[in-house]
Design a protein around this ligand. Structure first.
Ligand code: NAD
Length: 288
């Protein structure tokens, strides 16, 4: 049987439509700081602004040159923290050159109330407490949870195997699933016998960045697959975007699977928009 395709575009559109009235009422503003002209970043930023437009949210693009110094970037962060009209902002990563080494310092400088990417220690730490404290989760894990809920895929008591343990995807999604009573196994580059573990998954989340890492023989029949990976490959000399799963062999066994593109990507953007609205609500209520 063909698997159900978990369309992130459909789930994101539904979420964005439901957020419109709140945007109208609260009038939040989202700012994206970009340094340099990384083409992938420019394309992600375009999608973010498109979604802002779709919900009627105010947005601003602060585009700094490639040779921006850390001092200038930190000054920008300080100004955005202080600007009462700015609800939330993100500094688009990766940053050019050595500036990228300073990402932890930059993230630390962002006011937790405005940290709509949810990358800062305050918002990440709060997530450890319970679902009630997941106010500003990192956008991609937040989007995956919304996607699972949209398609009514229960996680309680399920064995979820997460492949990848980054601070922005693998680790926070593992915590969010634990908060929802899943049994979670996290694998990474040092995991031995990966296939033995992935074959036990009721739900498999692949967030690695390696095209075709997960093949059909590594999953069990009926598995639900969330493919976070975004890998540029050449297919017959034409560029193509693929996930971490070998779609043909994995989907032959899966009961449901996200496509790449059109799966987790749109959910990440929609979840960022939701975070900005949540940030505004909490700022009005006086909470962090
Ligand atoms: P990362 O490079 O920070 O982390 C990759 C993780 O994969 C690491 O924990 C590493 O230990 C693990 N890994 C590497 N090789 C492995 C192997 N052979 N077996 C098992 N684990 C292995 O990456 P990230 O930022 O978490 O992103 C992962 C992928 O997800 C990338 O393709 C990225 O582009 C994509 N991504 C997509 C979205 C989206 O919105 N769709 C958002 C964020 C990231």
């Amino acid at each position: 049987m063909l698997p159900k395709i978990l369309s992130g575009r459909e789930a994101a559109d539904a979420l964005l439509a439901s957020l419109k009235p709140k945007v109208k009422k609260l009038n939040p503003k989202l700012v994206v700081v970009q340094v340099g002209d990384d083409p992938a970043s420019s394309s992600y930023i375009k999608q973010k602004f498109k979604s802002c437009e779709a919900v009627g949210m105010r947005s601003e693009h602060i585009h700094l040159p490639e040779n921006t110094t850390l001092a200038t970037l930190m000054e920008t962060v300080t100004k955005l923290n202080a600007d009462a009209d700015v609800t939330g902002f993100i500094v688009q990563v990766p940053l050019p050159g050595t500036l990228n080494d300073a990402v932890p310092q930059i993230v630390k400088a962002i006011d937790p109330k405005k940290d709509i990417d949810g990358f800062g220690a305050y918002n990440l730490g709060k997530m450890f407490l319970s679902t009630k404290f997941e106010h500003l989760p990192p956008a991609t894990p937040g989007g995956i949870i919304i996607l699972l809920e949209h398609y009514r895929i229960p996680v309680e008591g399920k064995h979820v195997v997460v492949v990848g343990r980054s601070n922005t995807v693998g680790k926070p999604i593992a915590v969010m699933l634990l908060n929802r009573d899943a049994t979670v196994t996290v694998c990474h580059r040092h995991t031995k016998n990966l296939a033995e573990i992935t074959r036990q998954a009721d739900i498999l989340i692949a967030a690695v960045g390696k095209a075709g890492l997960i093949t059909g023989d590594m999953v069990k029949d009926g598995v639900v697959v969330i493919d976070v990976g975004m890998n540029k490959i050449e297919r017959g000399k034409l560029p193509a975007l693929v996930g971490d799963c070998d779609f043909d062999t994995v989907s032959a066994k899966a009961s449901a699977i996200t496509p790449v593109p059109g799966g987790v990507g749109p959910m990440t953007v929609a979840s960022l928009i939701r975070n900005c609205i949540r940030a505004k609500e909490r700022q009005i209520a006086g909470g962090k």
